[in-house]
Ligand binder design. Structure first.
Ligand SMILES: [Zn+2]
Length: 351
């Protein structure tokens, strides 16, 4: 149920790029299926690559010479690489050869490589040789609308990223802890950023009534839902205890509605997801970020770093991303080593 609700929310038109015309146009052009002429040119180009690059590979003429010792290697070698795609047949001549979503990623990757070659041709090779030294570790949501490197126009090697549903840091979670440890102790990042986003499905789900565990455990689908429910428990706790005005009002409204519905035998109240612009929803997104900043700042990794006066100060920041406008704001909750001033932020401050 919850997963279905979250999926439907993620797909709802009001959460798309509707208010970002530039990005919308760019995305549409990427996703638009190839014209037949384009497809023909593409196939001709890649057929040439195919015949050139496969000159050392076996073909039908020498199949008879394949011996048992190397036949497996030869069979593998004959599998088409991305550059070596079978010529079109009557069945796929109408454009069914490439799934448009995969074609879009392929074209995007080509664009990226062209851009790197034109602007910073040594960047990738240098990073590969010298290793990464990113100044930032970024913990954000897995949401596809939050493209970390894109929204900051950041070059490869800038952001060490990790993401999950609703940007959670759990000290007991091996992934959370290992990522933070590696970022701080090995990569020597200067900044750990928790970045939430408005319209977060995981945060929205935490405002709904929690399904009863007994019934949840009976269905395999609901067992998956259980995992999500467990993951967002800390956000549910914030929703249930926060003294922030917007959240208190939302909580009280929902409780009143629930009592009324129960009186008339209706369903539990609050089953409607909050609107993207609901002040309580936005406030809960922000409070969730603040709570995770605190959890990271109090983690053993950061505590040890501060206690042992490591040469490199590490700051933990809380930011929020607006999926409608693309703007990043600073929640003004940065934590730094004891006795060290936190750096000023160029991002708009939300307090
Ligand atoms: Zn999210």
């Amino acid at each position: 149920m919850l997963l279905a609700v979250m999926r439907s929310m993620l797909r709802a038109p009001r959460y798309t790029f509707a208010t970002s015309p530039t990005l919308h146009r760019a995305t549409l052009s990427l996703l638009h299926p190839l014209s037949l002429t384009d497809q023909h040119k593409y196939r001709l180009k890649h057929r040439r690559h195919c015949s050139h690059s496969s000159s050392n590979a076996p073909n039908d003429d020498n199949d008879a010479n394949i011996n048992k010792e190397n036949s497996a290697w030869k069979i593998l070698n004959r599998l088409p690489s991305p550059e070596c795609i079978q010529p079109p047949t009557a069945a796929n001549a109408q454009g069914a050869m490439f799934l448009p979503e995969i074609e879009a990623l392929y074209r995007g990757n080509q664009k990226f490589r062209d851009m790197i070659a034109a602007t910073t041709p040594e960047l990738l090779r240098d990073l590969a040789k010298q290793g990464q030294r990113p100044p930032f570790m970024l913990l954000d949501c897995s949401d596809s609308r939050v493209g970390e490197q894109v929204i900051f126009s950041a070059e490869p090697g800038t952001l060490f990223t990790t993401g999950n549903v609703a940007n959670q840091f759990h000290e007991h979670d091996l992934n959370s802890k290992s990522v933070l440890q590696y970022a701080v102790s090995t990569l020597l990042v200067k900044h750990v950023v928790v970045m939430g986003h408005y319209g977060c499905g995981g945060v929205a789900a935490a405002t709904l009534p929690q399904p009863p565990p007994a019934t949840r455990a009976e269905d395999p689908v609901d067992n998956v839902d259980n995992a999500v429910q467990d993951w967002i428990l800390p956000i549910r706790a914030i929703y249930g205890t926060s003294e922030r005005k917007e959240i208190v009002e939302h909580r009280e409204r929902r409780a009143t509605l629930g009592n009324r519905k129960r009186e008339i035998g209706g369903k539990e109240a609050g089953e409607q997801l909050p609107d993207l612009h609901d002040p309580a929803f936005r406030a809960l997104v922000e409070e969730n970020v603040k709570a995770n900043v605190q959890r990271i700042a109090r983690s053993t990794v950061i505590s040890n770093h501060y206690t042992h006066s490591a040469p490199q100060p590490v700051y933990v920041h809380g930011w929020v991303y607006d999926i409608e406008t693309g703007e990043v704001a600073d929640l003004g909750v940065t934590v730094g080593p004891p006795g060290v001033d936190v750096p000023a932020s160029p991002f708009p401050l939300l307090r």
